[in-house]
Ligand binder design. Structure first.
Ligand code: RFL
Ligand code: PHB
Length: 392
């Protein structure tokens, strides 16, 4: 088999890139290790920056998102038992975020892929990326016990944190930066109305909480837990009691509880791999970087990588400028490091690291950044997302 771009991974990065390339007439094949149901069963991000919203529109897959997504003009932050609102719209020159689940975007993109007839192969095994430093890279994999080979011009590694793409870059070229936080987020999805019409991030003496949502009748809540906690030890009642004990009194009575649709614990990590391009291989999304979810940036960063790679590949294939690939890594990493910093900062303000003086300083930061115009602007501009740069 032969194609222009092999895309490894059918998460949101791979599917979005595949759709954009297909619409532009650039042939691509998506290879995914898991089954479609497994990919759709993972409950992850929920807040979309306008850059991602525009890209989904550009890919022609925005119809359900426009209908069901919830535009948000503000976000609430609770500390010292008080809730403060950051006016995202006012302090980011009229921009906003959209609440629409990663699962829904992935489902929309999968449907679009199917309708387009472009190939996506699921349940592939033992994938290997070969000869990316040459002009003729290829990918080997097994499907139903049979070895397959695809020759291509470029490989997009959209295979997440545990994929094979990043490890294809030799150790002496690749530099990885990593910080693992001493807690995880226990998340629960439920068909219960959200406690507020905007997200509430908060810190209490018992720790972090986040009240988020997927719709007017579906909530997503998180509390932080120590890394040795097991999800099986968290009954629905235990979760609701813990969340309730962390909420400020003024909203505690508004919490509506109900059975969990899903519960999971995600570790918190900051991670960046440099460079993100090696020969004809590009790393995209979680394959190259992880942020702690406190800034709602994971999926949005994946989308900014897709944006840059798509525009670089347009230069390569439509304007015959193969040298355009050289700018990919630098363009992506500039924005990634900003999001890494913002996510780390939000995490440090909203979690108890156990040190009394740190807590006092973080409370003072929360007071300053939510209580002044300049502070709210700093949060708002970054929460709605820094702009994408032009690709030359
Ligand atoms: P994904 O979604 O991990 O998709 C990668 C895909 O590649 C496949 N794959 C392979 N395919 C073929 N061959 C191989 N050898 C392969 N190895 C892996 C995988 O099966 C998978 O389908 O990465 P992508 O597309 O870059 O998307 C990134 C986002 O998923 C991610 O940034 C966010 O979901 C991060 N994240 C969150 N972000 C937020 O903004 N808010 C959240 O609440 C939030 N919660 C989370 C998260 C990430 C989590 N992970 C990675 C464990 C919760 C979790 C649990
Ligand atoms: C979510 O709704 O799952 C969500 C929202 C905001 C975050 C993280 C997760 O920062």
């Amino acid at each position: 088999m032969k194609t222009q771009v092999v895309i490894i991974g059918a998460g949101p990065s791979g599917l979005l890139l595949g759709q954009l390339l297909h619409n532009a007439g650039i042939d691509n094949i998506i290879l995914e290790r898991a089954t479609p149901d497994y990919v759709l069963g993972r409950i992850r991000a929920g807040v979309l920056e306008d850059g991602l919203v525009s890209l989904v529109r550009e890919a022609g897959v925005a119809e359900r998102m426009e209908r069901e997504g919830l535009p948000h003009d503000g976000v609430k932050i609770a500390f010292n038992g008080e809730i403060r609102r950051v006016d995202l719209h006012k302090y980011s020159n009229g921009r906003q975020v959209v609440v629409y689940g990663q699962t829904e975007i992935t489902a929309d993109l999968m449907d679009a892929r199917k309708a387009s007839g472009a190939p996506a192969v699921y349940s592939v095994e033992n994938l290997k990326i070969c000869d990316v430093r040459s002009d003729a890279p290829y990918v080997l994999y097994e499907k139903d016990g049979k070895q397959e080979r695809i020759d291509c011009d470029y490989v997009a590694g959209c295979d997440g944190f545990h994929g094979v793409s990043r490890k294809t870059i030799p150790d002496n070229v690749r530099k990885e930066y990593e910080k693992v936080y001493p807690f995880g987020w226990l998340g629960m999805l439920s068909d219960t109305p959200p406690i507020s019409d905007e997200l509430i991030y908060g810190i209490s003496e018992r720790g972090f909480f986040l009240c988020s949502m997927r719709s007017e009748v579906r909530s997503r809540h998180y509390v932080d837990v120590s890394l040795d906690e097991k999800v099986e030890d968290w009954s629905d009642d235990r979760f609701w009691n813990e969340l309730s004990s962390r909420l400020p009194e003024e909203v505690r009575g508004d919490l509506v509880t109900g059975p969990a649709l899903e519960k999971s614990i995600a570790p918190l990590r900051s991670f960046v791999c440099e460079p993100m391009q090696y020969g004809r291989l590009f790393l995209v999304g979680d394959a190259a970087h992880i942020v702690p979810p406190t800034g709602a940036k994971g999926l949005n960063l994946a989308s900014s990588d897709v944006n840059y790679l798509y525009r670089v590949l347009l230069k390569v294939f439509k304007e015959n400028k193969p040298e355009a690939i050289e700018q990919y890594s630098e363009l992506c990493l500039r924005r990634i490091w900003h999001a890494e910093r913002f996510s780390w900062w939000m995490t440090s303000m909203l979690h108890n690291f156990g040190d009394e003086i740190d807590r006092k300083i973080m409370n003072s930061q929360l007071d300053f950044y939510t209580g002044t115009e300049v502070g709210q602007r700093v949060i708002a501009e970054q929460y709605v997302g820094l702009p994408y740069e032009e690709v030359s």
